[in-house]
Design a protein around this ligand. Structure first.
Ligand code: PLP
Length: 402
């Protein structure tokens, strides 16, 4: 008998399963609104020109080699990533109490951060928004957390944030609970708290002695403006919180498969930095030993070179603007068709995703009758919308909702 005979088949991961169904569908008009990756108006993946340029320079640079990186990664990368998050002139950086660790993309940063909090600070309860990026749950459990709770986030009737529910749930959280907060462009709802609401969230987190864990997967990609998208994290740091933040460079650099991420840690005092770094080093050493070089070096080169940095900012504006124009185009079409319901949320939501409010039955109908693929929750990736399929999509939604 096989030792593996009793292994149970795990559930499929929805987003990959729906994407595969779409890829396998031969229908010429199919629309793929599943995976969170940018597409051009031709529906193609985009290698940012500044990334290509940097890769060409790297390929020609005979001084580069394939030696191991340090366990905590390229210092030039992680310090630039931390500066990008907090702003280069942030006092926490000048005071030497904020630092970065290169990780395996945003997911890796979440895992390393969670494992540190679980092992070293002995935190055991984590909260994620309902709904949230589903993987938070698996990552935190695998990192050693044992208690999972949710805070209310989505008000389905009004297609907005259930702010009083959110505050009520945070107020009821036990001390030292880790609160996962989406830094901007909340996935999947596309709805972020206002500045005033963030301040209130910070008040409760402080009062109840909770621990903020930011997830920043869309800085710059959401609004086209790096500072605007980092507002919430900077607000917390300026208010004196100790926190960690997982940063992904998958979306804003289009480096999805290179796994470029950073874990920024902000402490009260720099005297604790060496001991914290030493423990993070042991976590990484025992997990994957050290991070890959290629993507981290691209990002580091761009962030540390003023000319390339400007070119990159132009690229993120291009991506953000294309999404914004698809949002307004889709809303206009649905309104022009007189599709029942309100569609203003398509343009008030930001980032890659829109939480359409379509029901699971409507989603099924869109998939089966129109070959429009989206998640059961009604989440669509706006990047899958193009000037070529937008009329078809609007009509499909219209006829489905009628
Ligand atoms: N966090 C959120 C909210 C995300 O949407 C994603 C990607 O979709 C990630 C983290 C992590 O992405 P990656 O590990 O590819 O950087």
């Amino acid at each position: 008998a096989s030792r593996f005979a009793d292994v149970k088949l795990g559930p499929p991961i929805e987003v990959f399963a729906v994407n595969k169904a779409c890829v396998d569908d031969p229908h010429p008009d199919k629309v793929n609104l599943t995976i969170g990756a940018y597409r051009t108006d031709e529906g193609k993946p985009w290698v940012l020109p500044v990334v290509r340029k940097t890769e060409r320079q790297m390929a020609a640079d005979e001084t580069l080699n394939h030696e191991y990186l340090p366990v905590l990664g390229l210092e030039a990368f992680s310090s630039a990533a931390t500066s990008m998050l907090l702003g280069p002139d942030h006092p926490a950086i000048a005071e030497g109490r904020a630092f970065g660790v290169q990780t395996l993309s945003g997911t890796g940063a979440l895992r390393v951060g969670a494992e540190f909090l679980s092992r070293q600070l002995k935190y055991s309860t984590f909260y994620m928004s309902n709904p949230s990026w589903e993987n938070h749950r698996l990552v935190f459990f695998n990192a050693g957390f044992t208690e999972f709770r949710e805070y209310r986030y989505w008000d389905a009737a009004n297609r907005t944030i259930d702010f009083s529910g959110l505050i009520e749930d945070l107020k009821a959280a036990p001390e030292n609970s880790v609160i996962i907060l989406h830094a901007c462009a909340h996935n999947p709802t596309g709805c972020d708290p206002t500045h005033e609401q963030w301040e209130k969230i910070a008040d409760v987190i402080k009062e109840k002695k909770l621990f903020p864990f930011f997830d920043s997967a869309y800085q710059g990609f959401a609004s086209g403006d790096l500072d605007k998208d980092a507002w919430a994290v900077r607000c917390f740091v300026s208010r004196g919180f100790e926190l960690v933040c997982a940063q992904s460079f998958a979306k804003n650099f289009g480096l999805y498969n290179e796994r470029v991420g950073n874990l920024t840690m902000v402490l009260k005092d720099k005297q604790f930095v060496p001991q914290v770094k030493s423990q993070v080093t042991l976590i990484v050493r025992g997990m994957y030993s050290n991070p890959p070089n290629h993507g981290g070096r691209i990002v580091s080169t761009v962030l540390n070179n003023p000319q390339l940095f400007e070119e990159w900012k132009e690229c993120i504006r291009t991506m953000a603007n294309r999404i914004l124009s698809m949002r307004s185009g889709l809303k206009q079409r649905l309104q022009a068709l007189g599709t029942p319901g309100t569609w203003d949320h398509i343009t008030t939501q930001i980032g890659m995703f829109s939480y359409t409010g379509l029901t699971p039955r409507q989603v099924e109908h869109l998939v089966n009758h129109y070959h429009v693929y989206l998640l059961k929750s009604g989440r669509i990736n706006m990047c899958g919308v193009t000037s070529h399929n937008i009329d078809y999509l609007a009509k499909a939604i219209h006829e489905t909702v009628l």
